[in-house]
Design a protein around this ligand. Sequence first.
Ligand code: HEC
Ligand code: HEC
Length: 210
Amino acid sequence: MKPASGDTSGRVPRPAFLRLARQLTLGGALAAAPAVAGPSHGEMLGTGCTGCHGPDGVSTGNGIPSIAGLDKFYLARAMVQFKNAERPSTIMGRIATGYTDTELRQMAKYFGDLAWSGWQGTPDAAALDEARRIHDEVCAECHEQEGRHQDREMPRIAGQCPDYLFLALLQYRDPQDKEKPPQPDKMLQALQPLSDEQLLALSRYYATQK
Ligand code: HEC
Ligand code: HEC
């Protein structure tokens, strides 16, 4: 199988990925940092997020996830975990500390009530068959309906941005001591035998499920 882009040999070095993630995010952070708490209304507060997460929380890039239309309990939990350093992040930890838990929940409700809109990129046919096989074997048990299923425990991954998914999969497969993603043991076990190439294929597979 040929991966979607670039390097075919071995694992992608983590530092390169973290650098990429920081490049993608740092510029926006300065512009969008929540200096003032503002009115306690999810939509008003949420305008501070759209510089990175896209207009109304629908991402326009590859690296930063869409948040519009994810389950609002998942959104609230994820943001509180970012704030409390219980969820690994390049940037969200710092952003979330600018808000009270109540404000984070107000934003979660606002973004959660919006409609989901899937990633609009070009499918990578070469990677999809292998990824579908892995999905059926070890991921479908939880990520039902090709990753469209979501509930308060897990986000929808179908139609999410591919580079964000790839970065997330690397973090979930290789959890670092201080930044362990809150995942079920079974997911860790499912991911650990997979190569970077397979994770890249999976990220493309889910991104192209509308
Ligand atoms: C500077 C860019 C930036 C800004 C501004 C930003 N985010 Fe994020 N967000 C990210 C990145 C990058 C990630 C992936 C996690 C990480 O590396 O920090 C993320 C992840 C998330 C996630 C997790 C999504 C998932 O599927 O698990 C949520 C929820 C979220 N952000 C909400 C918000 C909210 C609400 C705001 C506004 C208060 C906001 N973000 C502002 C860049 C940003
Ligand atoms: C035992 C159930 C289970 C299995 C098996 C499982 N997952 Fe997950 N997955 C979850 C849960 C629950 C979460 C949410 C964890 C959290 O709070 O971050 C999650 C999160 C994710 C995320 C992060 C989404 C985001 O927006 O942050 C990705 C990507 C993902 N899973 C992909 C996979 C892939 C690929 C496989 C198969 C190799 C897999 N999962 C197997 C339950 C599972």
